[in-house]
Ligand binder design. Sequence first.
Ligand SMILES: *Cc1c(COP(=O)(O)O)cnc(C)c1O
Length: 499
Amino acid sequence: MIREADDELTIFERSRAGRRAFVAPSLDVPERPLDELLAPALRRAEPPRLPEVAEPEIVRHFTRISKRNFDLDTGFYPLGSCTMKHNPKLHERIAALPGHAHLHPLQDPARAQGALELMWRLQQALGELAGLPHVSLHPSAGAHGELAGVLLTRAFHEDRGEHRSKVLIPDTAHGTNPATVTMGGYHVVAVGTDTQGNVDLDDLRAKASDDVACLMLTNPSTVGLFETGIEEIERIVHGVGATLYYDGANLNAIMGISRPGDMGFDIVHFNLHKTFTQPHGGGGPGAGPIAVSERIEPYLPRPQVVRRGGGSDEADAVYDLDYDRPKSIGRLRGFQGNYGVFVRSYAYIRSLGAPGLREVSEIAVLNANYLLAKLRQEGVLEYLPAAYDRLCMHEFVLSGAPMKRELKIRTLDLAKRLLDFGVHPPTVYFPLIVDEALLIEPTETETKETLDRFAERVAAILREAREDPEIARGAPHTTPVRRLDEAGAARRPVLRQRF
Ligand SMILES: *Cc1c(COP(=O)(O)O)cnc(C)c1O
């Protein structure tokens, strides 16, 4: 590739006074003094400093930057717990239809019947998948769904005159779980994991007391295993009057096969951006709807999307926003949620149908088990053994401890070296209970050849490390930026840069 000499310039460095990419049309309404339109006190003292560039420069600048990102449309992205599955492009076309894209959030419900119907139908589909009938689309992400769940739990107990102070969380949990519980005003009590990778039932029994408000559980867990003791867990937790919260980030493994509601959970969140497709690598909009049981329903956020009338004749149905919910925990956000995400997820659910969603989960689990077997066949597990040697669900955890000891490279080095081969690294150093952890989630949308190549690539990196560990330790070598000081970025962030 021939690199332009000015490849690295920022858009501010390209700026030349007076240069423009856009010419406003001439004024076709009567001119009025600016002071009449906007009081001087509300205006800036000086014009903002914006780059002044020509249109092709804008296009080239942002196109060039976009090519420096790693993304799912470029390569394999087995980031555990994040479900980086392919996002069908059809969804973008549907979300961009003017009726969806131009809908004003303050539109009168009578004039937004199609959008409300889509939201209502999405609620029905999610409720069916969860095995819990009442759904709110308010939360904007999984973590926001967790917060909703904690607030619902509090409302539920307080309505009964109970004040409970603790929430139990397994030590394998995602970091958002304890963070949410703390934000919700509860104390976190960690529950241990047994040697099989399940919740330690003895520890759970010892910690389940009548001041526990809730158990927050991910199932399959973040170590990629289905809790074999889920029925006993339900008995223990409900036995002390606490609620059961299901972190649905791993729902991709069980759709149409088992349902949190049937396992006894009271509240579930979905990560629509994980299980139900939505580009989400860059922290873009997501959605974390919740589904709840009958006894939690009165407290759901307000307003709820409801259908009135219609009965057997759907043509008569009217969709509306219901604010008349006296026990509601209230609003969690402005407007009705991240509507574009709803459109994409609904398109996904409708294009696959119930049998298709079940097949998604079956293949997600098959792919993960295939990849684990392939890594074993390639000799990788000798240095990176599976943390728990069991049939996995849609993801699995390896421990890089022997690799670090024998080959002198760490999990981080292996991850960085994968970047040189166009592979996004798996999740590293999570879950916290596994030394030098590597959490691998291939998803159902990858081909056998992609999985084979990944396994062969990891094996090749291990062989290379045996010869010369410095190569992996200095990786990546081919990316636009090399190894970053990640601790420095977290501890001394530079949040303002003046050009
Ligand atoms: C992703 C994830 C979350 C948080 O979800 P966000 O949508 O990122 O807020 C919670 N728990 C688990 C297990 C996750 O993987």
